[in-house]
Design a protein around this ligand. Structure first.
Ligand code: ASP
Length: 417
């Protein structure tokens, strides 16, 4: 126990991940029955925190900001980097898909398409930002609407001034309580990751990995290169941090993203990592991270590039230059519209395939292994969110020095007073 407590969170999670894969391969499908509930419990616990965390910490972020115009500037900067890195990611996915040719030798005809789920599209996502009823936005977890309402509340508290001080203090104290809850829940991350990885490894086994090895390899290769070179590079150059420290600092969030395949679900962990390990201020991270978890999806964009080429190659279709451009545009928009939840990218893929007249039946084939691809793309999505929050915070002078890199879960239960 002492040894376990001396490990930092990311080390504990890594142990959970390795043990989970081992247990899953040994138990097969049974792992889903016996061990997955541990993962589900963990996911439920972090999901429980998302809505109050986003709302309360964003209100505090705004009320702690002296200059209201800064909010708009921070939002614009973040949005600009989101778009740029996403467009780059999809282009990179297309390049890797062209080089590795994952679709050659695959038979797509005869597959049955999964039922089409309702898919709101990027424009509807952006237009639906104003909630007609904030409580319904809370109840249904509509992140963009919650962000909008939180900003409105925060700005109004600032405008009211002294009279709103008691409310401001309540929000500040609520934020401390929720941060504490997040730390406690995160201490269970290694167990949750263990359960989820056991389930995934037990479900897919080694056989599936072999028959789909080319597309899995292509997506993972593109994801790793993009994360390390592009995102790590930007964190180094514009975030002015050693990329190793960047990756070490967010490794717990990456591991949780990898095993839960939900960037929204990982949000509480990402926030802690970015604040505690990278020194990003609460006001920047509480605004940029929820926004990023909702609209910034570099990993999903990469996956769309590779998947489109996989389908085109399997069908023997050569895409024209105009079609490539269409893919880049629709994937960028589709990735903005993709929710940060498991499997959302697969649904949005149908939008991109339709835009270049490729058959939707292909979605059925990819659906079989989507979880494995989702693990890679969600990890990249979360890495991108962390990078953007760091870069934006740096440009605003909102990064503080942090000495000790590493969250120690054993400290979660200690009183902060
Ligand atoms: N699961 C991804 C995420 O949460 C979205 C996707 O399916 O691509 O970031």
């Amino acid at each position: 126990m002492k040894l376990w407590n001396s490990l930092s969170l990311w080390q504990q999670i890594l142990v959970g991940l390795i043990l989970g894969v081992t247990a899953g391969l040994a138990l097969g499908e049974q792992a889903g029955v016996w061990l997955k509930p541990l993962g589900t419990l963990f996911i439920n616990m972090i999901k429980m925190l998302i809505v109050p965390l986003i709302f309360v910490s964003l209100v505090c972020g705004i009320t702690s900001m002296k200059d209201p115009a800064r909010m708009g500037r921070i939002g614009l900067k973040a949005f600009f980097i989101f778009l740029l890195t996403t467009a780059f990611a999809i282009t990179f996915g297309l390049v890797i898909g062209t080089v590795i040719q994952p679709g050659i030798g695959f038979e797509i005809a005869g597959a049955t398409a999964p039922p089409v789920r309702e898919n709101p599209g990027p424009l509807a996502t952006l237009l639906g930002i104003v909630p007609t009823n904030p409580f319904s936005a809370f109840a249904t977890g509509k992140v963009l609407q919650i962000i909008f309402f939180a900003i409105f509340v925060g700005v109004s508290i600032n405008l009211v001034g002294e009279k709103a001080d008691p409310l401001k203090k309540i929000f500040e104290s609520a934020a401390d309580v929720i941060y504490k809850m997040t730390a406690i829940v995160m201490a269970f991350a290694p167990v949750g990751v263990f359960g989820l990885m056991a389930w995934v490894a037990g479900k897919f086994g080694v056989d599936v990995l072999v028959s789909f090895s080319k597309i899995i390899f292509a997506v993972y290769l593109a994801a790793i290169i993009h994360a390390v070179v592009v995102l790590g590079g930007l964190a180094g150059i514009f975030g002015r941090i050693n990329p190793f420290r960047f990756f070490k600092g967010i490794s717990a969030a990456q591991a949780v993203a990898f095993s839960t395949t939900s960037s929204s679900g990982t949000l509480p962990v990402t926030m802690r990592c970015v604040q505690d390990n990278l020194g990003v201020s609460k006001s920047v991270s509480s605004f940029v991270l929820p926004l990023g978890a909702t609209i910034n999806m570099d990993g999903t964009a990469i996956y769309m590039g590779v998947a489109v080429l996989f389908v085109a190659q399997a069908m023997g279709v050569d895409l024209t230059m105009a079609q490539y451009a269409t893919v880049i545009l629709t994937s960028t928009l589709a990735s903005i519209g993709t929710a940060g939840i498991p499997g959302a990218g697969l649904i949005m893929l149908s939008l991109v395939l339709t835009s270049v007249n490729l058959p939707l039946e292909a979605v059925a084939i990819i659906a079989g292994i989507d979880r494995i691809l989702d693990m890679a793309r969600t990890t990249v999505n979360v890495t991108g969110d962390a990078m953007v929050s760091l870069v934006v915070a740096r440009s605003e002078g909102e990064v503080s020095d942090v000495k000790d890199v590493g969250i120690h879960p054993a400290e979660a239960l200690k009183s902060s007073a």
